[in-house]
Write a protein that binds this ligand. Structure first.
Ligand code: DGJ
Length: 730
């Protein structure tokens, strides 16, 4: 198995197929981080020799040895307040008001299988495919113990981490910071890539050199957010898609988070990732414990493509769950951009009819079907069908849609409450707000206090009631604002700092209850598009609406950034009308189809309004997605060009057994007398031969990877390109 403990040296080695991770507890019990990289088969402790660094501070037990300092040593989980002045992984306030956490090694255990985390999503695996290492550290003065948990999936080159805090002392303590991952990289030069953005423009990759000091990517919005994503990549400067070293990490969490990277005075790098410490304070009474969310990471010495493929695999096969985890996803049509709030049952019925004729599998009825919801000022919380709009009720409409051979899906925004709603009129106290302060509104709405059991029960009863009342096969779980005014009447004053995390725990509890009760329903996550696109949500919802921006050009960028971490099957992606509703841009129907197909495919328009030619294109796209869907979702994904720096976005899907390749992309602009360019493919077998299924042309893998595929002469802007090649086995 992958975990080796060399008891005498207190050396721990985690060996995966292509990586090695090392740490050791030294003679003072400090758990030093030694190595993360390619397998070395040797203790890397010999590299950890430090001089006397001015103002570094020395461990008391080290006596007059001025070279031993917590401020210089790479550590596995850095405490705070005891002489390591770099970013800490954890910080505790004790009953006497002091803040210190001096963690020393106590014991270890190796367990078969992968640990799980109570109330939180975590990577899961069969006992035979994973192993867990637990290392217990202890702050002797207070009795606070921290159990570092490492989950290892050796074949996938994936390591996970989570920490358990235990108060074994007699007095209560307050956790002020409790990170999931602390990773010290004492050697090498690193750049970092993080994913920033805004509403309708999520996960824009930004790669820069590290500066000395602390750089951060975080969200304090109560959700993982459009603005920053809980994921990060450290790259060697020469790291490309196919070559070079990188370490990727993501947090499986949907609330506020913080990723910090420090380049210290000795040019050493520390990465810390976990719960955002602002607005967080968790009281641990004597005997209580606290579990952090899980961080998942991998090291690749073959570039970003390899890193992404490992993340895609671990998320698809060990995070997502349920009937739709690996199943083909229905091609759906959503009425949002076709009607917004302005619909009735006849309009929906006619959209469904035209969609059925073209081969769409499912109609999704978006916002506006319930309560008094004719706009976004009212109705949230009143999850009863609006019979003025849907005469005859939901059941009748669902039956009608199903009579077309289509499934039916429905939109909810469970965590919200409109002040103009029956729910608010009867339970104003269920909204999150601070007494005697006016709450901040966003999209006119307030949030429900998800920590309250009666709120969870109300939502469970309402949503399950609707799902039981008709044959509903899909739920779109939306969330359209960031959180503020943190206060819960259910928590004592000293524990209000627990609310942001308890909110997420409440959300997860409700999702767990509903997804367990309705295993056949496909849940799609959403937060104004991709404002909560994280692996925590993917544990409950195998796909997430990627962005409210459906412009094909913008989507190539959004999906490029998203693909660094998240699998293609997770990316909800729809064809919409032109001019595009978010940008006014006009792109060809084929281009919109190709871009949307690189995801969980659907449409978001009124198909009746299309020209006959466009309708034919739509029908062909649906056929294509049904044919290539398993390859798109199950294949190895390669980014073949960078839409931020090049005149094109290209990507490919290579079958796991290498038997076929689908190449898709968009050439953004055509210039006069443009030379036909070649697109170099990736991930093929150099000696094998591949045949273009359209032209019949045969190439070797080496020719396609080094010379490339000759792209067509383009005409106009945003030109779609697609090739399908099959390996010749003869
Ligand atoms: C935001 C979502 O991202 C949209 O797709 C749509 O569902 C609206 N909310 C509805 O209010």
């Amino acid at each position: 198995m992958p975990i080796f403990a060399e008891a005498q040296e207190r050396l721990f080695r985690i060996r995966t197929a292509h990586t090695e991770y090392q740490m050791c507890a030294d003679s003072y019990g400090v758990l030093k981080h030694l190595w993360y990289g390619v397998p070395v088969g040797h203790s890397m402790d010999y590299l950890r020799k430090y001089p006397d660094v001015g103002f570094a501070g020395n461990l008391y037990e080290a006596g007059n040895d001025r070279t031993y300092s917590l401020n210089t040593l790479p550590q596995e989980y850095a405490g705070a307040g005891v002489g390591d002045y770099r970013i800490s992984a954890a910080n505790v306030r004790h009953a006497d008001g002091s803040q210190a956490l001096d963690l020393r090694y106590q014991s270890y255990a190796i367990k078969p299988g992968k640990y799980s985390i109570p109330g939180l999503p975590a990577v899961y695996a069969d006992a035979a495919d994973a192993e867990t290492l637990e290392i217990t550290l202890r702050d002797a003065a207070s009795g606070v113990e921290v159990v570092l948990q490492y989950g290892v999936l050796p074949e996938l080159d994936i390591i996970t981490r989570s920490a358990v805090f235990r108060n074994t002392g007699a007095s209560p303590v307050v956790l002020q910071k409790a990170a999931s991952l602390c990773l010290d990289l004492p050697d090498g030069t690193w750049e970092w890539m993080h994913f920033h953005g805004r509403h309708a423009m999520e996960r824009m990759p930004e790669r820069t050199a590290l500066f000395h000091g602390v750089q951060e990517s975080s969200s304090a919005r109560g959700t993982s957010s459009h603005q920053q994503n809980p994921s990060v990549v450290l790259c060697a400067p020469d790291c490309t898609e196919q070559n070079g070293s990188c370490i990727g990490a993501f947090l499986m969490y949907s609330g506020s988070f913080q990723t910090q990277i420090e380049l210290d005075q000795l040019d050493q790098v520390r990465l810390v990732m976990g719960l955002h410490p602002d607005l967080f304070a968790w009281t641990l009474q004597s005997g209580e414990e606290f579990h952090t969310p899980e961080a998942v990471f991998t090291y690749s010495d073959s570039g970003l493509a390899e890193m992404s493929q490992r993340f895609h695999k671990v998320i698809r096969e060990h995070v997502c769950r349920g009937k739709y985890q690996l199943a083909e996803r229905p091609v759906l049509i959503n009425n949002w951009e076709a009607t917004y709030f302005d619909f009735n049952e006849e309009k929906i019925w006619s959209i469904a009819k035209s969609a059925a004729e073209l081969g769409v599998d499912m109609l999704v009825l978006d916002d506006g079907w319930f309560g008094k919801r004719d706009g976004d000022c009212s109705g949230l919380g009143d999850w009863d069908v609006n019979e003025t709009k849907l005469r005859g009720g939901l059941g009748k409409l669902v039956d009608q849609v199903r009579s077309l051979g289509m499934q039916f899906g429905l939109w909810f925004e469970p965590e919200m409450i409109s002040e103009d709603s029956d729910l608010y009129r009867s339970h104003p106290d269920w909204a999150i707000r601070i007494p005697d302060r006016a709450p901040m509104r966003s999209r006119y709405q307030l949030l429900l206090d998800m920590t309250r059991q009666e709120v969870q029960d109300y939502l469970y009863e309402k949503i399950s009631g609707v799902l039981r009342s008709a044959a509903i096969s899909y739920v779109k779980w939306d969330m359209n604002r960031s959180i503020s005014d943190w206060y819960s009447a259910t928590l004592p004053a000293a524990q209000q700092g627990e609310l942001p995390h308890r909110y997420v725990l409440g959300l997860y509890a409700l999702l767990e209850r509903l997804t367990t009760e309705f295993p056949d329903v496909l849940f799609e996550g959403c937060s104004g598009g991709g404002g909560r696109f994280d692996a925590g949500m993917l544990y409950y919802c195998p796909q997430i609406w990627c962005s409210d921006d459906t412009d094909a050009y913008e989507r190539t960028r959004i999906q490029y950034g998203t693909s660094m971490i998240y699998p293609i099957s997770a990316v909800g992606s729809h064809v919409s009308v032109v001019p595009n509703h978010q940008t006014g841009r006009i792109t060809p129907m084929e281009t919109r189809g190709i871009t949307a197909m690189a995801g969980s495919f659907g449409f978001e328009l009124d198909l009746q309004k299309l020209s006959e030619e466009d309708k034919k294109t739509v029908a062909a796209q649906i056929k294509q997605f049904k044919e290539y869907g398993p390859l798109i979702h199950g294949g190895k994904y390669y980014r073949l060009s960078d839409p931020f720096t090049e005149n094109s976005a290209f990507w490919s899907f290579v079958a796991q057994d290498d038997s076929e390749v689908l190449v898709q992309g968009v050439v953004f602009r055509t210039a006069p007398n443009m030379r036909r360019k070649a697109l170099r493919l990736a991930g093929l077998c150099p000696e094998s031969r591949y045949q273009d299924t359209a032209s019949g042309e045969i190439y070797t893998g080496a020719a396609l990877m080094h010379g490339g595929l000759l792209l067509p002469q383009t005409w106009g802007d945003y030109c779609p390109v697609m090739f399908h090649l099959k390996k010749i086995f003869a």
